[in-house]
Design a protein. Structure first.
Length: 201
C-alpha cells in the first residue's frame, strides 16, 4: 500500500486533485469530510467544542454553525489552534483506523490522504509522498469566495491564517500548479500518478 499525502492552502485545488486520483483508482481519505463527521451532535469533538466555544456557535438543531465558528477562529490564532487541537485528535484517530482496516483487508494500491493542514502526527509521519497543490492568490481568493459565500476580506483572512504556499512547498516531494483549467490539472495529476505507478512495479 502506498500513501500519498495531498495538501496545500485553501482554494488551491486539493479536492480536485483527489477526485482525479479517485477516478484513477486510488482510495481517498478526506480529512475535511472526517472533521465534519466527528463534529456531528454529541460526538466527542462536538462536546469539547461546545465546552470551549460555548452554545453560540451552534444552530438551533444543535449542528455546528461553521460560518460563525470560522469567523471566531480565523480572527484569533489562539482559538484557531485550540479548535485544530480538538478536531485533529479525532480526525487522526479515524485516519489511522481506516488505514489499519485497508491494510488488514490486504489492499495494496494507492491511498490518498487529503489534508488541509500538514500536521506531523497523522500525516507527515504516515505518508510515503507529499504532493502540494498551489496556485496564485487571486485565483484562491475567487474560489474561496465562491465556495464559501464569503466576502473578499474574509477569504483573504482565511488564506492568511494558513501556512504560506512557500511553506507548503518545502514539505513537497511533488508540486502541482493549478492556475489553469480542470483538463490541464487532470493531465498533470495523471502524469504524476502514472510515474508513481511505474516506480511501484
Amino acid at each position: 500500500m502506498t500513501i500519498i499525502g495531498i495538501t496545500g492552502g485553501i482554494g488551491a485545488g486539493k479536492t480536485s486533485v483527489s477526485e482525479i486520483l479517485r477516478e484513477l483508482g486510488a482510495v481517498i481519505i478526506d480529512a475535511d469530510q472526517i472533521s465534519r463527521e466527528v463534529t456531528e451532535p454529541r460526538k466527542p469533538a462536538w462536546i469539547e467544542i461546545r465546552k470551549t466555544f460555548g452554545p453560540d456557535v451552534f444552530n438551533e438543531d444543535e449542528t455546528l454553525d461553521r460560518k460563525k465558528l470560522a469567523r471566531i477562529v480565523f480572527s484569533s490564532e489562539e482559538k484557531k489552534l485550540k479548535l485544530e487541537e480538538i478536531i485533529h485528535r479525532e480526525v487522526v484517530a479515524k485516519i489511522e483506523e481506516t488505514l489499519k482496516s485497508l491494510k488488514n483487508s490486504g489492499y495494496d494500491g494507492v491511498v490518498v490522504l487529503d489534508v488541509p493542514i500538514p500536521i506531523e502526527r497523522g500525516f507527515i509521519d504516515i505518508v510515503d509522498r507529499i504532493w502540494v497543490v498551489f496556485c496564485n492568490d487571486e485565483t484562491r481568493i475567487q474560489r474561496v469566495m465562491k465556495r464559501s459565500g464569503i466576502s473578499r476580506a474574509d477569504a483573504r483572512e482565511r488564506i492568511n491564517s494558513q501556512l504560506t504556499q512557500d511553506e507548503y512547498k518545502k514539505l513537497a516531494h511533488e508540486t502541482i500548479e493549478n492556475n489553469g483549467n480542470f483538463d490541464e490539472l487532470k493531465e498533470k495529476v495523471t502524469a504524476l500518478y502514472n510515474k508513481l505507478s511505474l516506480s511501484l512495479e
